[in-house]
Design a binder for this molecule. Sequence first.
Ligand code: SAM
Length: 262
Amino acid sequence: MYFWGKLNKKGCSVVSTAHEKASSMGTPLTPYNTEESKKQQVATMFNNVAGTYDFLNHFFSMGIDKLWRRKLVKLIGRKQPKMILDVATGTADLAIAESKLHPTKIIGVDISEKMLAVGREKIKSYPMIELQLGDSEALQFPDNTFDAVSVSFGVRNFENVPKGLSEMRRVLKPGGTLYVLEFSKPRNWFIQKLYYFYFCNVLPFIGKLVSKDARAYSYLPESVRLFPDGQQFVELLQQAGYKDIECKTLTFGISTIYIAGK
Ligand SMILES: C[S@@+](CC[C@H](N)C(=O)[O-])C[C@H]1O[C@@H](n2cnc3c(N)ncnc32)[C@H](O)[C@@H]1O
C-alpha cells in the first residue's frame, strides 16, 4: 500500500516511486519509461485508454470533473470569446461545454488520434466545433488568432511546459486569455490523507482493471505530485509572458483554475 506520506513545506511529498526517483535524477517522468519521447509515450497512453477514458474520468471524480469544467466555462464566458482554442482537448468534453457560450468557432487539438476519434462521435451535433490532430507545443495557427485558449488536465502531460505555455500565448489575440484547469495538491492534512489514499491506491487499481493499461493510472498521481501548482505554476505563466494572473482553487485544492492574460 502506497501513501504520498508527509508533505514538505511546498506541499510536495517526501516519498517517491521508482519512476519519480528517476525523474528527480533528471529523466523526465514518462508513462512507460522507454526510449521514446515523453510526447510519443503520452500519445500512446491516451490512445490505449481512449475507449474507457470518459467513463473512468466521471467515475473516479464522482462527476465532480463536470462541475469543474462548468465552473471554467462560466469564467471563460465573462469575456464572451468568439474564437476559442481548446488545447489537449482529448474527447472534447471541455469544447462541448464551451459551445454553450455560442462562440463562432471552437477548435480542439490533441496528439492522441484515438481520444479525438471518441470526441468526433460526441461533437456530431455541434457544428461550431472542429477537432484536429496537433501538438500544443507547435501549434499550427498564426499569431493572434484566438480570443480564448483553454486547457483542462493537459499541461501536466506536455513534454516541454514552458514551450506549450508560450505557444498558447502566441496564438492568443492581444487582450486574449488563457484558462488552465489542472490538478493541484490539497493543503488540508485530513483531506490530503483521504485524497492521497484514494488517488494512489484505489484509482490505479480500478484504472488498471478497467483500462487494461497498467501504467496509465499510476502515472496520473505521480505526474500530479511532480507538477508545479499554485504559486509555482503562476511563476511559469509569468515567465511565459502572461500578465494579470488569477488562481482559483476548487474542491479543497484538488484542482485549480489559472486565468492568465496576454
Ligand atoms: C487527461 S487528458 C485531458 C483531456 C480533456 N482536456 C479533458 O479535460 O478531459 C490529457 C490530454 O492531453 C493530450 N496531450 C498531451 N500532450 C499534448 C500535446 N503536447 N499536444 C496536444 N495534446 C496533448 C493527451 O493526448 C490527452 O488527450
